[in-house]
Design a protein around this ligand. Structure first.
Ligand code: G6P
Length: 353
């Protein structure tokens, strides 16, 4: 039986509370404060287009050719974050110190806007919602204790469910293996791309459960995935992911999978898991039909930034990826993004795309 010790370590080695990395960062030109002073929460999205449209092209100095000058520029500009293993080298992009200086107010505005976002500003006025995926990886940043508890409890229930599935404590009703061996993820767009990326990047060579995806409505593709499972359909955990719970492509995939279960004489609800917003169509169907488990998606997490919610964490944990480590790494990256350094790199590249 696969070891499950790595799925949810209680003490991740990437200590995102450790702010000593801040001190190790080199000081860049100009020396802006890393954390701008907070100001009252407000809606941000309506201001963004105007600010972005003002971004001008960097003053190109032309590509530096002199090897010694190039070396100094490299030493001056190389950004390293050793704990993350992240290196950003913009030294060969032809921007000038004047450009960086001119951009200073915009860097500060961007950092202030990020701070507002992380404090719970209504940043999506069309949907009237907060944008809080940062809180998923560091729940102490959530704007109130209700949200913090929601995040912490969901993480605990994901870890507990994944451990029970991987250890065989939760098993499919009629599989000769006596445990789940496959995950079939049904979902599209933001409800598929994160789990696909993480499976490619972080899953071990031989995960306890192998994952495959139905991520579009192509009938031949759906048939192919089901046919490849063959008799292992009996030991497949079907994870249906949809924030809205009503996406037609996802529903088509689900209907096809349920049909395959019926034809194989299998009891779908005993092998079905839903990840969706509370009271969505999918959530209600899963509740009424008595699916094996349901996990929440929060309205304040956008689909395309949902990888660190149940959307990405459950599939990862089922593949024995240590999700607390993953969250700690993401929190550390968030911390790095709160400094000017990474923004300088981003904005010097931005006008070129
Ligand atoms: O998670 P769902 O509500 O099913 O939505 C799944 C996807 O649907 C569409 O493709 C949207 O453009 C995506 O942004 C979204 O991630």
């Amino acid at each position: 039986m696969a070891s499950i010790s790595g799925i949810c370590s209680s003490s991740p080695t990437l200590n995102h509370q450790n702010h000593s990395t801040q001190k190790r960062r080199r000081t860049l030109l100009p020396s802006f404060p890393c954390r701008p002073k907070p100001f009252p929460p407000r809606s941000l999205a309506r201001e963004a287009p105007a600010q972005l449209s003002e971004i001008t092209k960097p003053h190109h100095a032309g590509l530096e050719k002199d090897p010694s000058a190039l070396w100094h520029r490299y030493v001056e500009w190389l950004y390293q974050h050793k704990e993350l293993g992240l290196y950003l080298d913009v030294s060969r992009v032809g921007f000038t110190d004047e450009f960086v200086h001119e951009m200073e107010p915009r860097f500060l505005a961007a950092l202030r806007a990020m701070e507002d976002l992380e404090k719970g500003a209504i940043a999506n006025p069309d949907e009237g919602r907060m944008v809080g995926h940062y809180w998923l990886r560091d729940s102490s940043r959530a704007p109130n204790s209700f949200l913090k508890t929601q995040i912490d409890k969901t993480l605990e229930s994901i870890c507990s469910f994944a451990n029970d599935v991987v250890s065989g404590k939760i098993k499919p009703p009629s599989s000769p293996e006596g445990r789940f061996t496959q995950i079939l993820s049904v979902g599209i767009g933001g409800s598929a791309l994160g789990p696909q990326f993480v499976a490619e990047a972080l899953a071990p060579d031989n995960p306890p459960l192998k994952i495959r995806f139905i991520d579009n409505t192509d009938p031949a593709g759906i048939d192919h995935q089901i046919a490849q499972l063959g008799p292992e359909l009996a030991s497949t955990l079907v994870v249906v992911i949809s924030k809205s719970g009503g996406t037609p492509e996802t529903r088509n995939g689900l209907l096809e999978v349920q049909k395959a279960f019926r034809e194989a004489g299998l009891n779908f609800p005993k092998q079905g898991v839903a990840i969706t917003q509370e009271n969505s169509l999918l959530d209600n169907a899963a509740r009424i039909e008595g699916w094996l488990a349901r996990f929440p998606m929060f309205d304040w997490v956008g689909g395309r930034t949902s990888e660190m919610s149940a959307v990405g964490l459950l599939p990862a944990a089922l593949q024995s990826i240590d999700i607390r480590e993953m969250l700690a790494g993401a929190a550390l990256m968030d911390e790095a993004n709160r400094s000017t350094v990474v923004w300088i790199c981003f904005l010097t590249f931005y006008p070129m795309f």
